[in-house]
Design a protein around this ligand. Structure first.
Ligand code: SAH
Length: 244
């Protein structure tokens, strides 16, 4: 008898932002698999489950382990932060099931992604068209990322940056800022959100011209406004063209 795989988006942080559907999928599973930090987050309210935690950068092995468990008839929730289909585990899981010609069902449960959570804390910067760009070149060539930054800048998109900086990736953000400054004014509002919806949450609104001086790490999402973005009553708002 075959099991089933849920790939569950857990939202940005605490229990408040896990959807009821995501919680039900986890509660209906025999095993919860995922990166240790997220397992620790859900363990307190899913005490009767089996847990399979692993470290970062072991995504393929983790998905293969999930598939093996499902083949034994178990229902497994593979959990990912934010939305599992946005720089998460959903794609890899579907590809691995296909690569093994398995007929085990994979159901993706959506979650609140970091840029959506961060936007809500800043105000309403994503009111019109926006692009999300990850500055991580682990899986995407840097030349492609540069091309996308130019495309987003020339298209006057609001840009939401994931993975803006890590210990080994220190200069990428500065290059991204220089590219966007070719299209947007230095006064363009920028929102910085660290640890959205978590205990260490910090938010700041600054400008594109000042962004290089700000403290940004791998737990940060950066939302860069477009030509229609303003700061209104201390909140970042991209105007959509309503006549008020
Ligand atoms: N699947 C996740 C994204 C994973 S990529 C999602 O949909 O949110 C990891 C990047 O997401 C981090 O480098 C950071 O830029 C962003 N991120 C994840 N959680 C965050 C949080 N709570 N606050 C701010 N940024 C976060």
């Amino acid at each position: 008898m075959n099991g089933k795989i849920y790939v569950v988006g857990m939202g940005p942080g605490g229990q408040d932002h896990i959807t009821p559907k995501a919680m039900a999928a986890m509660q209906g599973s025999d095993v919860i698999a995922g990166y240790k930090t997220y397992i620790d987050l859900v363990k307190p309210f899913l005490a009767d489950k089996e847990f399979a935690s692993s470290g970062m950068k072991k995504e393929v092995a983790r998905c293969e382990e999930v598939l093996e468990l499902a083949k034994t008839g178990k229902t497994v929730s593979l959990i990912s932060s934010g939305d599992a289909g946005i720089y998460g585990m959903a794609g890899i899981m579907i590809e691995i099931v296909d690569a093994q010609n398995s007929d085990i069902e994979v159901e993706v449960i959506p979650g609140i992604s970091a840029s959506i959570a961060s936007a809500s804390l800043l105000g309403a910067p994503l009111m019109n068209d926006f692009a999300t760009i990850s500055l991580s070149d682990l899986l995407t060539p840097w030349e492609v990322i540069i091309k996308r930054l130019h495309a987003a800048g020339s298209g006057d998109f609001v840009v939401s940056l994931y993975n803006p900086r890590s210990k080994t990736r220190v200069k990428h953000l500065d290059t991204a800022i220089d590219i966007l400054l070719e299209y947007q004014k230095p006064e363009t509002p920028v929102g910085i959100v660290k640890h959205a919806m978590r205990e260490l949450q910090e938010t700041q609104i600054t400008t594109l011209g000042n962004l290089k001086n700000c403290d940004i790490d791998m737990f940060t999402t950066v939302i860069i406004g477009n030509s229609q973005t303003n700061v209104v009553n201390n909140k970042m708002v991209t105007t959509r063209g309503y006549h008020i």
